[in-house]
Ligand binder design. Structure first.
Ligand code: MG
Length: 410
């Protein structure tokens, strides 16, 4: 068995208009949340976090239960800030100690925290800080960029690097506490730790006149020192302690659990309908695009035309100038020399002789060749003449542009 007694108090302090701190304590769990954000949003974040951590710990009295409860609080605070513009930017620290069960069913006091609220352990009048502040200045101290003295007055000492409601993913420090009977644990918001130094904290928190008196004196001392912030204190004393078999100290970081923003059946149906509509629209769009591509492909290769490859008459399939990315392709070589066509037919071999099928195109090529033969005399010398005739014809073509030029001048 591990058992503790506790006393707790929260105070608005002497300067602030509202108390944005919240706390909760019972015989198994102690939590402090120091909220931040204007228009009372900090109070909302702190109260939500306290409620959700209590609820989560009640469902699972374990380290995982505590961690998941803080992750859930983080998601809930972010979600609330998104839904309510007046809560934009709200957040909170959370520090909690719970009596958790480990794998061997031994109860272990476990500290979980994000932010700059603190936990101290007191033994024989000596004070030891258990938590590390997640503030810019303290992170810089750990990195060696600032001394603790510089950090204590640094303008960024209150700027948190971690907190509930800051980012979607939250890293939570988890520490199992090696407690002994008579040890005291002090949880506090920075309204206490900023006002009182370590020696004063140790002296007042370990006073033997009972926990309630010690808590009262701590709050009073913080107010005497200035009371510039809300002040929250929980003081715990162990009456009975089991020894932990597997002490832990680590940071647990994982994505927050999925947040259901609309749990109503109507919302769910609307979401499903929306999904189906998007799916159907995507299918329709794909169908239209597919049909369009098919039509273009059919048109691009729906015809055959005769051309010259420089020597022979060949057959191309496709449109002579191509269609989009579909270029014409050569599908047959007739073996008939281009020179064995009539001059006019030779000039027509620039894609103007089109046929609907390959066989018709081949027949057309043969027909043109026969037509050339029919204009020749069936002798060997005739063939030779043909070549010279072709050359003559070409010369004639060169004359034509000259004629045109002359006409323009006239
Ligand atoms: Mg504070």
């Amino acid at each position: 068995m591990t058992r503790w007694r506790y006393a707790a108090a929260t105070d608005i302090g002497l300067v602030r208009q509202t108390n944005q701190d919240a706390l909760y304590a019972d015989d198994k769990l102690a939590i402090i949340a120091d909220g931040m954000g204007g228009h009372a949003a900090g109070e909302v974040a702190a109260a939500m976090s306290i409620d959700l951590v209590r609820e989560g710990f009640r469902e699972s009295q374990s380290v995982e239960g505590l961690v998941e409860a803080i992750q859930g609080a983080n998601a809930a605070v972010l979600d609330d800030a998104r839904d309510n513009p007046e809560h934009f930017g709200m957040g909170t620290t959370v520090i909690a100690i719970g009596l958790t069960y480990d794998l061997e069913n031994v109860v272990v006091p476990t500290l979980v925290h994000v932010g700059d609220s603190r936990a101290y352990q007191l033994r024989d009048g000596a004070l030891r800080q258990l938590s590390e502040d997640h503030s810019v200045a303290e992170e810089w101290v750990r990195m060696g960029r600032l001394t603790p003295e510089e950090a204590a007055v640094h303008p960024r000492r209150h700027q948190l690097t971690r907190g509930v409601g800051v980012e979607d993913t939250i890293a939570i420090d988890v520490t199992s506490i090696d407690a002994a009977v008579g040890d005291r644990l002090l949880l506090c918001s920075d309204g206490l730790s900023n006002e009182l130094d370590g020696d004063t904290l140790a002296r007042l928190a370990s006073a033997p006149n009972g926990l309630e008196m010690a808590v009262e004196s701590l709050v009073s001392a913080a107010k005497v020192a200035g009371g510039r912030d809300n002040i929250s204190v929980i003081l715990i004393e162990f009456d009975e302690v089991n020894v932990s078999t597997a002490p832990i100290r680590r940071t647990m970081s994982s994505p927050p659990p999925p947040v259901v923003t609309n749990t109503s059946p109507t919302g769910g149906r609307r979401k499903r309908h929306l999904t189906w509509r998007v799916f159907a629209a995507a299918l329709l769009l794909l169908g239209v695009i597919g049909a369009g591509v098919a039509v273009i492909h059919w048109y691009a290769y729906s015809t055959y035309y005769l051309a010259s490859d420089g020597t022979n008459i060949v057959v191309f399939q496709g449109q002579p100038s191509g269609v989009l990315w579909y270029k014409p392709m050569m599908v047959a070589d007739t073996g008939l020399p281009v020179t064995r066509l009539r001059p006019a037919d030779q000039r027509a071999l620039v894609g103007t002789i089109s046929e609907p099928t390959l066989s018709v195109a081949l027949s057309h090529a043969k027909y043109l060749n026969k037509a050339w033969h029919s204009t020749r005399t069936p002798t060997t010398s005739t063939t030779t003449t043909t070549f010279s005739t072709s050359a003559t014809t070409t010369t004639t073509l060169h004359v034509a542009p000259t004629t045109t030029t002359t006409a323009k001048r006239g």
